[in-house]
Write a protein that binds this ligand. Structure first.
Ligand SMILES: Nc1nc2c(c(=O)[nH]1)N[C@H]1C(S)=C(S)[C@@H](COP(=O)(O)OP(=O)(O)OC[C@H]3O[C@@H](n4cnc5c(=O)[nH]c(N)nc54)[C@H](O)[C@@H]3O)O[C@H]1N2
Ligand SMILES: Nc1nc2c(c(=O)[nH]1)N[C@H]1C(S)=C(S)[C@@H](COP(=O)(O)OP(=O)(O)OC[C@H]3O[C@@H](n4cnc5c(=O)[nH]c(N)nc54)[C@H](O)[C@@H]3O)O[C@H]1N2
Ligand code: SF4
Ligand SMILES: [Mo]
Length: 731
């Protein structure tokens, strides 16, 4: 029997980008395990991906192209009594037929409304560099389709981080083992970033303290040395309060500040307005605790912050991130191994994204950049966008009918009979219920890709382990075939996967020096080459206006700890950590930093009507909406719950297990009350999953809004006010 072990990289939207080994026997995957040789992910997988064979070989996979032969919508499917698959709604067709129909419809729509009436919609189904964003972008650029602003996840935090550092770099996970004080700030480590935990555990064995700042008592909070529940959206106030204490008591690193930061004096003035007593009222954290946190953070060395994206899913999330990122810049903890901060490491990879995505094809096609539609505002785009209206939607790598805010309005748009919707998917998701044409997609077992990471600095080639199931095709192959049918002659549409990987690696980023596809195929865990010199002029580093300076400060021997800002090297315009930003001022924002409570919060105007702050969180065992339909994973995650505090429950006559109605102006959902101490008074929490598997075929996004954040135009999933009533007592 032919048996081999293939190295792949998990491509899910997760900071860890695990090294994975798949045993393949006679063409069938028979075992999945973590690659013990991967220096960060070190041989274990999260619980959901450990069950991945169930996903790949699920009887529920979409395996063939199909055409809808029933009305759009889940109700239609449910009535026919077939649950999620509803195969009687579909007629199997050939790839040829499907692709010809798409090409014909795209041509007709372009002729009548212009090419911008076509909207691509994709996000984090796979983060592989090729299947995430390459041939698809080339295709839509060449077509002249509307551009999608992919801001649903991290854009506010990125804008906040970049406003101070100028680049998305941070402390590498391995260094957390050397930290003595670790703050997990809006960071659900056991749920969303589990491979960081062993490094934290190692640090704690050596005496480090773990502090968790989160309005939800996560598993990580439960095992922290100090858990600080914070009111949602109040993080900027806390960081400002900490800086008030640190600067006020001269606990900052005056030398580092003088050398490497811009406009410290303005920050010093600003933080005077945030004494701990004032900050306590916003954050719900006692003034003496704020003082203690500031002291401990500034004086225990090295101290590191794992900042995750929970903070920035809030109306003022950009400014909150900015405030927190200033902390290691004033304590100078960037100098120390095990110091600094990590939010994202993705800025180090510097692949040649222009070569992968070819934005020049769009300007060539239209003579200008195409209009931009923010993916957070899909409901508005489908229901009210004009000139031209959206007439065709091509969804891949995403499940908007589950993950988009203001679900009811999204569904109203997706139901439009005149909207031509194509969905390329692995499963019969909430979104496929509104597709006219359904195309079968491969999993990361079934195609080759190049994998970066946003939680460490290792690059991997993910090999193809098995042949595609049924007639599944990868994103790259679908858009390559469509380009051919549309008559797009450009050479780039004929490139092979290997040629695309080679092109991505040939960016000139010095940290990729010596890293070729061939080397990655031999050596599955290659760390970026930080021994190489800093980027020099012309290097296509992402968002790095200051990258033209040559500096020797980062010249570490290979495999030495990477200290990106030990001697400055910030990639801002000034080359310093910008505590004052002209760019923010130009946007009408505070150029230093400030705190304003979110409108949808306990300090906002609507609080009189809807008095509870909802955290519409992710599930530890799902990945956004992915996995929520997989029986072996469902067993690990209880859904349909509203977690609330005993005081709020009592006030409403609600007891554990009762059915409650959770509602606001946007919608309502019926959930089961769970009174378990996970949240503080005034806060409730519920988790994301597939809508059609939820009570009343809805999910928590019926309550969330498409309001955008202060920076980055991102989503505000964690700035939501609701009210809760008793609907039906438990029997
Ligand atoms: N198991 C699992 N892993 C995942 C995902 C998943 O769905 N499940 N999703 C993946 C994706 S797409 C991403 S972007 C990353 C995101 O990973 P994280 O950045 O960790 O994102 P969240 O879970 O949104 O938020 C983290 C924590 O912030 C808390 N939080 C909410 N509001 C606030 C606030 O105002 N202040 C503070 N201090 N904390 C707040 C939440 O309760 C949560 O525990 O995880 C990835 N990994
Ligand atoms: N209430 C609430 N809503 C949220 C969030 C939250 O915390 N709370 N989190 C938000 C965040 S951070 C994010 S990133 C978004 C995530 O939004 P999405 O990226 O849409 O997330 P998923 O639900 O994981 O859906 C991805 C889909 O891609 C499919 N897929 C996987 N691989 C491939 C492939 O190779 N090709 C194709 N064609 N399809 C593939 C999967 O089967 C899956 O259905 O959700 C956002 N929505
Ligand atoms: S989802 Fe994250 S933790 Fe799980 S296997 Fe993939 S990369 Fe690793
Ligand atoms: Mo995300």
């Amino acid at each position: 029997m032919a048996k081999q072990v293939v190295h792949v990289a998990c491509s899910h939207d997760c900071p860890d980008a695990c090294g994975v080994l798949i045993t393949v026997e006679d063409g069938r995957a028979t075992r999945i395990q973590g690659d013990p040789q991967h220096p960060v992910t070190r041989g274990f997988l999260c619980a959901k991906v450990a069950k991945y064979l169930d996903r790949v070989y699920s009887p529920d996979r979409v395996l063939y192209p199909m055409r809808r032969i029933a009305p759009k919508g889940f109700a239609a499917a449910a009535k026919a009594g077939e649950g999620a698959r509803a195969t009687q709604n579909w007629q199997r067709i050939s790839w040829d037929e499907a692709l010809h129909e798409i090409a014909a419809r795209f041509r007709a729509i372009t002729a009548e409304f212009g090419s911008e009436a076509i909207l691509p919609y994709s996000y984090g189904g796979t983060l592989g560099a090729l299947n995430g964003a390459s041939m698809d972008r080339r295709f839509f650029h060449r077509l002249g389709a509307s551009q999608l602003e992919r801001a649903i996840c991290s854009a506010a935090g990125e804008a906040g981080l970049l406003s101070v550092l100028g680049v998305k770099l941070g402390t590498e996970p391995e260094q957390f083992a050397h930290s003595r004080y670790i703050i997990a700030w809006a960071s659900n480590i056991h749920g969303n970033n589990v491979h960081l935990w062993p490094f934290i555990a190692e640090a704690r064995r050596k005496g480090a303290k773990l502090v968790v700042i989160d309005p939800y008592r996560t598993r990580t909070a439960a095992c922290a040395d100090w858990y600080l529940p914070i009111n949602p959206g109040a993080d900027a106030a806390l960081a400002l309060g900490m800086m008030h204490v640190i600067i006020g008591e001269n606990l900052h690193d005056a030398d580092y500040v003088a050398r490497y930061t811009l406009s410290f004096d303005q920050l010093r003035e600003k933080v005077k307005a945030y004494p701990p007593e004032r900050v306590a009222q916003w954050t719900g954290i006692a003034a003496h605790d704020i003082r203690k946190l500031a002291h401990e953070y500034a004086t225990t060395r090295p101290a590191v912050i794992r900042l995750n994206y929970g903070v920035q899913r809030s109306e003022r999330g950009g400014m909150a991130t900015r405030a927190i990122v200033m902390l290691p810049c004033i304590t100078g903890s960037w100098k120390e191994i095990g110091g600094g901060l990590q939010m994202s490491t993705s800025g180090a990879f510097g692949l040649d994204t222009d070569t992968l995505r070819r934005p020049d094809l769009m300007t060539a096609a239209l003579g200008r950049p195409a209009r931009t539609v923010n993916m957070v505002e899909l409901s508005k785009a489908l229901n009210s966008l004009d000139d031209p209206p959206v007439k065709a939607l091509f969804v891949y790598n995403s499940n908007p009918a589950a993950v988009c805010p203001n679900h009811n309005e999204v569904v109203r748009g997706l139901k439009r009979a005149d909207l031509f919707t194509v969905v390329h998917e692995q499963f019969f998701t909430d979104t496929t219920d509104y597709a006219d044409l359904l195309l079968p997609a491969t999993t990361f077992f079934e195609h080759k890709d190049l994998q970066t990471a946003y939680g460490h600095y290792y690059l991997q080639v993910s090999n193809q382990a098995i042949a595609p199931l049924g007639e599944c095709r990868s994103n790259v192959e679908v858009f390559r075939a469509l380009a051919q049918l549309m008559g797009f002659e450009d050479e780039c549409f004929r490139e092979s996967v290997d040629e695309m990987i080679d092109g991505a690696l040939a960016s000139g980023n010095p940290w990729l020096e010596g890293i070729s596809r061939e080397r990655l195929e031999r050596d599955p865990y290659v760390r970026l080459n930080f021994s190489s010199r800093l980027p020099v002029a012309g290097c296509p580093q992402e968002n790095s206006p200051g990258a033209s300076r040559v500096d020797d400060a980062n010249v570490d021997a290979a495999n030495q700890p990477f200290l990106p800002f030990a001697r400055g090297n910030f990639r801002t315009v000034s080359g310093k950590a910008e505590l004052y930003s002209e760019a923010l001022k130009a946007q009408g924002l505070d150029p230093v930093v400030e705190f304003t409570p979110p409108a949808e919060s306990r300090h906002g105007a609507e609080h009189a009507t809807f008095s509870l702050e909802l955290l519409a969180r992710k599930a530890d065992n799902f990945l956004n909406s992915t996995f929520s339909n997989q029986p072996s994973v469902q067993q690990m995650e209880e859904t349909g719950l509203l977690e609330m505090h005993a005081a709020d429950a009592r006030m409403r006559g609600i007891a554990q297990g009762d059915t409650v109605r959770v509602y606001n102006r946007r919608g309502e959902i019926f959930l089961k009350a769970r009174v378990d101490g996970a949240v503080q008074p005034g806060v409730v929490s519920a988790k994301l999953n597939w809508a059609k598997l939820g009570p009343g075929f809805r999910n928590i996004n019926v309550l969330t809004s498409e309001k955008l954040t202060d920076m980055g135009n991102s989503a505000t999933f964690y700035s939501v006010l609701v009210e809760v009533d008793l609907a039906k007592p438990s029997p």
